[in-house]
Design a protein around this ligand. Structure first.
Ligand SMILES: NC(=O)c1ccc[n+]([C@@H]2O[C@H](COP(=O)([O-])OP(=O)(O)OC[C@H]3O[C@@H](n4cnc5c(N)ncnc54)[C@H](OP(=O)(O)O)[C@@H]3O)[C@@H](O)[C@H]2O)c1
Length: 306
């Protein structure tokens, strides 16, 4: 059966109907002339079991009207439970054990872990190409979950790369897994320092040199209220401060914005990361190559319902 008016792209999450992308996607579909007019949401609970993951992936695999899917929240669960249902997985999906993009090519089901690509696109918009080399700035990533790992992975392999990378997490196991993933991917882990942290990591921020990049990848300020830093923290002068979320209580973002002028900071929220996250999976599912002008048009359409 050929895709047509009833065809859609899947969206696997927790409460997909509440996401603004449900309203945005039909506009993008019209603008790009996609053979799918809307998203089909698959809501799974946070503690979904293996059978639930396999059922969703099997449905996407078999249904010719489902042309692919984006997976949030359940990226690791889908890999753990259903990796064998895919014909092909990309390098980062296999290394990190997560799948965020499902696409179909010539009858094959393909899984990608897009986070390093999408985090990279967002980072390139906030950093000049020789940012680390020309300033001596370093990287402090607060949180070593999927997003923190992808950001470190991307920046560690960037031609202009931080000399030193500091990463915190509440869990020593997650930090060990981060080190293992980087090592398996051929990254020199001698420049990585991992720190188990729960309360405010202000002293680590204070120790960062000028122009360092400080990322809140903990989810604090959205997934849970709070911040991995106290309001009294002093960001490195001329630093780049990135909050990965764009909605929520966003305490970390507010702290950074309050110092933006006095400390000459570049402060960025997670909006463009969100846009790149979706546009890259749409491009993969529909076999498109999106230039930056087209991505900007898609971002404008999304901005209207932000
Ligand atoms: N804008 C976008 O499109 C976009 C894209 C990707 C991610 N994000 C956001 O980025 C955030 C991170 O995503 P993720 O998938 O990596 O989440 P995740 O897997 O939950 O990772 C967050 C990590 O930070 C740890 N953590 C919590 N509090 C901490 C603290 N005070 N200090 C140090 N580490 C702490 C968490 O530990 P525990 O699990 O023990 O709490 C967890 O290991 C989420 O809020 C997500 O919404 C946004």
């Amino acid at each position: 059966m050929k895709p047509g008016i009833d065809a859609s792209m899947g969206f696997v999450g927790v409460s997909t109907s509440q996401s603004s992308i449900m309203k945005v996607f039909p506009q993008w579909a019209r603008f790009l002339g996609l053979p799918a007019a809307q998203l089909t949401g698959f809501d799974l609970p946070l503690d979904a079991d293996e059978a639930q993951y396999r059922e969703v992936i099997d449905r996407i695999r078999r249904d010719p009207l489902l042309l692919g899917a984006l997976i949030t929240t359940h990226k690791i669960g889908v890999h753990r439970a259903a990796a064998d249902l895919f014909d092909e997985l990309d390098e980062f999906a296999t290394l990190c054990g997560e799948i965020s993009s499902v696409s179909k090519r010539d009858g094959q089901l393909i899984g990608h872990a897009k986070d390093p690509v999408t985090a990279g696109l967002a980072l390139e918009e906030m950093l000049v190409p020789d940012h680390f080399g020309s300033t001596g700035g370093e990287l402090l990533c607060l949180g070593a979950g999927g997003a923190g790992t992808a950001i470190i992975w991307y920046l560690a392999r960037r031609p202009d790369s931080p000399r030193r990378i500091v990463c915190t997490d509440r869990s020593p196991e997650r930090l060990a897994e981060l080190t293992a993933v980087l090592g398996r991917g051929g990254v020199d882990t001698d420049r990585l320092r991992t720190v188990v942290a729960d309360g405010p990591a202000d002293s680590l921020v204070a120790a960062m040199p000028e122009a360092s990049v400080v990322v809140n990848a903990t989810g604090l300020g959205k997934d849970r209220p709070g911040s991995p830093l106290s309001p009294a923290v002093r960001f490195p002068r001329r630093g780049v401060v990135w909050e990965l979320n764009y909605r929520g209580s966003l305490e970390f973002l507010h702290t950074a914005r309050a110092q933006a002028s006095s400390r000459e900071l570049t402060v960025v929220d997670g909006w463009r990361y969100f846009i790149h996250g979706w546009t890259q999976v749409v491009a993969e599912v529909f076999g498109l190559c999106l230039d930056s002008a087209t991505t900007d048009r898609l971002a404008e359409a999304a901005e209207a319902v932000r």
